[in-house]
Structure formats: structure tokens, C-alpha cells
Design a protein around this ligand. Sequence first.
Ligand SMILES: *Cc1c(COP(=O)(O)O)cnc(C)c1O
Length: 373
Amino acid sequence: MAGDHVIIMPAVKANAYGHGVIMACKALEEAGASVLAVGNIDEAIHVRKAGVKCRIVIFASNLVKEVADLYVKYDLTPTVMYDFQAKAISDAATAAGKKIGVYVKMETGRGRLGINSEEAPAMIREIAQYPGITVDGLYSHFAYAGWDESKRDYPNWQYERFTKALDEIESYGIHIPFTQLVNTPGGIVYQDMRLTGMCPGRGIWGYSPVEIREGEHLKDGCPDLKSAMTAWKSRLLIVKETTGGKFGENYAACRLEKPLRIGIVAAGVSDGIGRGRAKGYVLIHGKKAPVCVSMSLEHMTVDLTDIPEAQAGDEVVIMGKQGEEEITREQLMKLWGQVIPYFWTAIPEHVERVYYEGETPVAVARGYDIEML
Ligand SMILES: *Cc1c(COP(=O)(O)O)cnc(C)c1O
């Protein structure tokens, strides 16, 4: 979609939106990404140590000056919003006999990070003279991007602020190779607002906030994105008959009206299962097993009355296909009242990520530790 002339900087913050930052960055680099944007310097260092060679930009989420040496040591690209940050990087780079590229974050209307676009050109003119740095990127972030034409004034205004600043910077004889305003929805809907770069996050993982289906078909201009996360699984820890009715109100995590054949699944709220009362079902032996009591931190209790063949150790599908049945991401998000970034990032790092090439598992991630299979 981006064409040959737009540089794609995938946003891999928040552990690659929950997908595991190391393997995600390796795959993106292999797919041709020349620049990746991570959420913090800790992630960046781990990605670099894992052998990723391409440019790694750190979003504007840490104090740059205090860790200037780390940017230089690991050859990382800081986002600067202040003159003193650029100077600190330049000093550290010069001391190490290096030159470091920096990106500038500009605030154009999201009301969050960045130097106001009206002040950016003067700062960039200043910092471009520091001997240890080059200004390689300028980026901003949309507040709204979507199909609604009645809301188009706002992104237009952001774009105008961006390009006005850019013109002024160019008039000083400074050329910045990477300039970017569009994120996933902006990149899809406002093709005319792509500058030399785009920074998709959600789209990389197979989610478009601006997807519209017309029956079986996608609306014109909507890319056919496939979810990178295909399944979420656990196992049964124990299968047993409970004696119902004997628990007092204050004691029972599980208050059953009658004896019931239950299974306990190794997945609870602390593993990313949506909060709230028991709702929905999981899949065991290709059948629906209702979640029958309220959530606990590490477990889910499921009703196995209709699945007599279930045994301890059996696979439990929380999301994905099993036999003829399927639980989709959209169903879970609706049930748990979550929007997509929460759904992905609620699954903590201790939950193993297994990576596939086709049908073949090739790696397992446990936090930053990768086991190649
Ligand atoms: C996270 C992030 C993006 C990606 O946003 P999506 O809407 O997920 O594509 C782009 N730009 C910046 C500055 C970000 O922090």
C-alpha cells in the first residue's frame, strides 16, 4: 500500500503490542524494514543485543540526557524534544568519536508529546549545527484519522502545521530524510498526507481501526489485514467432581448449586484474561466449555459436564480454532469490554509466545529470552 517511496517505520512499542518485541523486530527486519520504533530504551537495547541491525528509534518516552551514553553505545536513535537533549547526545557521540542520528518529535495537535510545530524549525536549525548528531527524522502523531469527512478539518490542520514547519526547515537548507505524520488509520485513509514515512502500529499486527466491510467485501481502500496472533491456548490442570452447595457465601470462590464436573485452566486475570464475572466459554476437545465461576488471578474454572472425555493436560483454546469451533479476537474483546491495544498488551510477557512459519513452530519467546526450535 505504501508504495516504493515511503519508508515504513513499524511501531513495535509495548512489547510489539504484546506480540513479543524481539521476534517481531527480527521478522520485520527480514521483511525489509530499515527502521523500527520501540517504546523505551530497555526494549531497544534488548532488540539490538538480539542481533537486529537496522535503525532503532526510541519514542519520546524516556529522559534522553540521563542515558545519552546508552544511545551511543548501542547505536540507537533518540527522539529529542529539547535542545539540551540533542546537545547531550552530541557530546556523548563526539566523546566516542561517533555521529548519532536523532529524530525530532513535533506536536501538531494531539496534545501530547513533542515540541510545538511553530517552535520546531528554530530548534532544528540550532541543533543541526551540533557536531555529534544529524537530524534524520521529524515526526508527529494524529489525534483523529478516519473516514468521517466532517472531522477532516482537524487532521488537515495537523498536516498544515507539519508541512509549514517542514517548509521553514527546508528554507534553512536543512533536509530531513524521514518525515512522518500518519499512523495506521491515517496511512490507510489519508494517502495524500503520507510524507516520506509512515508509522503503522496496529496495522502491522493485523488490525485496522478503519476497516469497513460491505457484506463479504472490504470497502475500497481498506487493506485485507490478517491477525498476526492466531491462537491463545492453555491446558487443563485438573479435572474433578465438586461437591456443590456446601460452601458458605464468604468462602467460596466457586458457589455451585449442584455437584459439577469441572476443570481448572491455567490462565487467569494475571495472564491477560479479561476481568469481570465469569462469562463466555473456552474450547476443549472441539466443544464449548462454559466458564462457570468468577475469575481468579491464575485460573479459570470451566464446566465439563458435556465433555466427559476431558482430562488433565488437555489443550484449552481461549482464542482461535479447535475442531469445528472458533473463538475470535472480536468476540473476546466484546465480551471483556476491551479495545484492541488493551487486549494485546494485557497478555503479560510470562505467557509464552510461539512463532510459526507456515505450520511449523520456529521459536518460543519468554520475555526477552528466545528459544529457537
Ligand atoms: C504508537 C504510535 C504509532 C502507531 O499508531 P497506530 O495507530 O497503532 O498505527 C504512530 N506514531 C506514534 C508516535 C506512536 O506512538
